[in-house]
Design a protein around this ligand. Structure first.
Ligand code: ADP
Ligand code: ZN
Length: 760
């Protein structure tokens, strides 16, 4: 066999390396190579036209018999690697979570790993099968049948009967609630890993006839809620939106309509049309844990045809779903951010629900934006993409205004829910009257009492967890800061600890000030933990549930809490913005926003946009109940546009004003941004590398270079952080910056293209 110099990229921060490999090895096949410090899996990029003049080592073995990723996905990966200036191999783990990385090794031991040098006959056979698969003439069943057998070992738990609540223990109830939330069925491993329900509990439940356990590969086929597949009679706006989507070619559509206006019905209709054409649907959601209802609706409409990229699944289960994708068995794939790179072929529609959500952007390497890649993917696949939102991002809205995206509007709420009445409480007046800072205004307290009396629910939001925001010394005026980060510590009463929300540092609160030794330490600014305490004192009989990152750190506890609230077991919900999203509390009639201005003080040009989105979303919660809802919004700045427009639920008015501001200050969508970040032992060290990079960027025409400046949080985990912000008129300006001044893979400067977070 002829061995030729071949470029191979490793999933490590290194430039591609050159090895000797069999001639004709296709790009995209994974191979195993030896490094100085161990072995690694790498990806064949192709022939090396100018190999280094050293003795090249041969590869160790070939991992895949043929490239596993569909060619069009390769095209997307090449684009993304270029756009975000990362190696393709860094994106691969996002495409095939468990199959691709060393996990395949398990199969290798069973004889599936092939060395072309050792076992040529079988290699050729598989390579031919692979080609046939790529031509769409063959499924992967033959190749992957071993996995099927392993997948069949999955045990699914299904609820059979409604329990008598008095006859079950708390753990048993937890299991049953989890099942109900999931639409009736879950995997045994999910119950164990996410809800802490062990085999013993399930056995007891089974003996009581409350559940049934079956083994299956088809993970979701049982997640059907009876009666969910009620076909609605679409209204004219919905029909017009559906008709406007040409499923035969690329086009970006912005589906804009308030929560409950019927956007999901539009996605479902277009999806059905695409499935009938024999094509597939890629459906992105911001958070999978909060979409059980969507999954149930999808499963009811397209039974057995939905696969889910679920962060909560374990390796084997994920693998089973990926295998279903590779086998083209599940034509609808639902997932979060990384699902945009799923190995789905023949895509006829991409849905991006809640397109404005920040969770579509990765805040760690590689820093991709799933919505933006979804548009690129649709272009490559030549299919439509539907971006849906009640409060579109300024970027998408602007594109729709310019006619680059097709705007589809839904202005009614088919089920006839009215928008809630919003009452504004000016905290400045409340302060003057009470002669002190007011946490709960009189109208809010009255509202809570009323809702308790009527047996309804109230929800209070404050975007700050912990008991007190920070401690300071009244003698010397200094706050107690984290020793490792440039932020104050937050006091948590239940654990009696001061805690750093960035690095997790914890300390018992000191008796005296560490700076001046005075015994005048005092907490400032209340957090959700204290709100809960104060409420309980004000309303001793109320059942209060707090949901924030502290109370929901255990997997499944958020879902369990939300479920308890949906079932009316909670009178007052207190929490951070995680409460604002996608739930349906039928008894919720009052929402209190304790301090609407909180998010506005953050030094970020998107602060107003985020505040507007949050307030609008929250207000939408109160309107879902049978009875008309009410929102009480406490603020020190009722005239701020983000607040004033949110009160009127006027997105278009807000966007008009916001876009003017963005244009005047040359921010996106009127410019393109790239944020270069560096870290160092000292600020100086971090600054030096950015200064050097800035000098290289100085030759690129049309860029504005701002910085280097200390990051807003300039130290995290004892590492100092600096930022260099680059503005260009268009995205192509940033691309030429990357071409002229490329970044060293694994070097000291990291790139965040189209950044969303500037905080740390
Ligand atoms: P969105 O995705 O905009 O929040 P949904 O599609 O989930 O809205 O619709 C909200 C509710 O209204 C759902 O229960 C849905 O079944 C129902 N619905 C949607 N369109 C119609 C319609 N044309 N007629 C009756 N009910 C509808
Ligand atoms: Zn810290």
């Amino acid at each position: 066999m002829n061995l030729v110099p071949t470029r191979i990229e490793l999933a490590r921060p290194l430039p591609p390396l050159t090895y000797l490999a069999p001639e004709g090895l296709p790009a995209g096949v994974r191979v195993r190579v030896k490094l100085r410090n161990g072995a690694a899996v790498g990806l064949v990029l192709g022939l090396d036209p100018s190999p280094p003049e050293v003795k090249l080592r041969p590869i160790e073995s070939i991992v895949d018999p043929f490239p596993l990723l569909p060619p069009k996905l390769w095209e997307l990966l090449a684009f993304a690697a270029d756009y975000y200036a990362v190696g393709v191999a860094h994106l691969l783990p996002l495409c095939l979570p468990q199959v691709l990385v060393p996990d395949w090794e398990i199969e290798a031991d069973q004889g599936l790993r092939l060395s072309a040098m050792r076992d040529q006959g079988r290699w050729r056979e598989l390579a031919e099968l692979g080609q046939a698969w790529h031509r769409g003439e063959e499924t992967l069943r033959g190749l992957l049948h071993r996995r099927d057998r392993r997948g069949a070992g999955l045990t699914e738990v299904r609820r059979t009967e409604l329990p008598n609540p008095m006859k079950v223990t708390t753990t048993q109830a937890k299991a049953l609630l989890a099942l109900e939330e999931a639409g009736g069925a879950l995997l045994e491993s999910e119950l164990r890993d996410s809800f802490g329900v062990g085999a013993a509990v399930l056995k007891t439940l089974e003996s009581k006839g409350l559940i049934q356990r079956t083994r299956r590969l088809d993970l979701l086929s049982q997640r059907r809620e009876e009666g969910l597949d009620h076909r609605v009679i679409l209204n004219e706006e919905q029909l017009a939106a559906i008709a406007a989507v040409d499923t035969s070619r690329f086009g970006v559509h912005l589906l804009y309509g308030v929560t409950g206006s019927g956007k999901t019905e539009v996605y479902l209709e277009v999806a059905e049309r695409v499935l009938k054409q024999g094509k597939r649907v890629l459906w992105l959601v911001p958070e999978i844990g909060l979409t059980p209802r969507l999954l149930a609706r999808l499963e009811a409409r397209f039974p057995g045809r939905v696969a889910v990229g679920h962060a909560g699944l374990n390796a084997t289960e994920k693998q089973a779903d990926v295998v279903r994708l590779l086998q083209d068995e599940a034509p609808i794939f639902v997932g979060v951010r990384n699902a945009v790179l799923a190995p789905l072929r023949n895509i006829g529609l991409i849905v991006v629900d809640e397109e404005q959500e920040g969770s579509y952007k990765s805040e760690e390497h590689p820093r991709i934006h799933a919505r933006d890649l979804a548009i690129k993917r649709a272009q490559i696949e030549n299919c439509p993409v539907l971006l849906g939102s009640a409060t579109p991002s300024q970027e998408s809205w602007h594109a729709a205004q310019q006619g680059r995206y097709k705007l589809l509007k839904l202005t009614q709420r088919p089920v006839g829910i009215n928008l809630p009445e919003v009452q504004v409480v000016d905290l400045r007046d409340a302060y003057r009257e009470a002669r002190k800072r007011v946490v709960f205004s009189k109208p809010l307290l009255a509202g809570i009492s009323e809702s308790l009396e009527r047996g309804e629910q109230a929800m209070l939001l404050l975007n700050r967890r912990g008991f007190e925001n920070f401690w300071m010394c009244r003698a010397c005026g200094k706050p107690l800061d984290c020793p490792h980060c440039a932020v104050s510590l937050t006091y948590h009463k239940s654990s009696y600890r001061l805690r750093c929300h960035l690095c997790g540092f914890e300390a018992v609160p000191p008796e005296v000030c560490p700076h001046c030794a005075a015994a005048h330490l005092r907490g400032v600014g209340e957090g959700t933990e204290q709100i809960e305490d104060q409420l309980q004192a004000l309303f001793p009989k109320a059942r209060i549930l707090r949901l924030d990152r502290d109370t929901t750190s255990r997997k499944g506890s958020l879902e369990a809490g939300l479920l308890a609230a949906e079932h009316g077991q909670v009178d007052i919900l207190v929490g951070t913005q995680m409460l604002a999203k996608g739930h349906n509390f039928p008894k919720l009639t009052l929402v209190g926003i304790l301090n609407a201005d909180q998010g506005l003080r953050i030094p970020d040009f998107r602060a107003a946009e985020r505040t507007f989105q949050l307030l609008t979303q929250v207000a939408g919660r109160a309107g879902r109940a049978q009875r008309p809802g009410r929102v009480i919004l406490q603020t020190y700045s009722p005239d701020h546009p983000a607040i004033a427009f949110a009160i009127r639920q006027d997105f278009e008015g807000f966007a008009e004003q916001e876009l003017k501001y963005r244009e005047a200050l040359a921010y996106p969508p009127f410019t393109a941004l790239a944020l270069y970040r560096s870290e160092g032992e000292t600020l100086d060290e971090a600054k030096r590398v950015l200064d050097a990079h800035k000098a290289r960027l100085a030759v690129v025409p049309g860029l504005r270079l701002l910085g280097p400046l200390e990051a807003p949080v300039s130290k995290v985990r004892d590492r100092y952080r600096m930022h260099l912000l680059v503005k260009a008129r268009q995205r192509s300006g940033i691309s030429s910056a990357l071409a002229t001044a490329p970044l060293e893979p694994g070097g000291p400067v990291a790139l965040d293209r189209d950044p969303l977070q500037f905080g740390n």
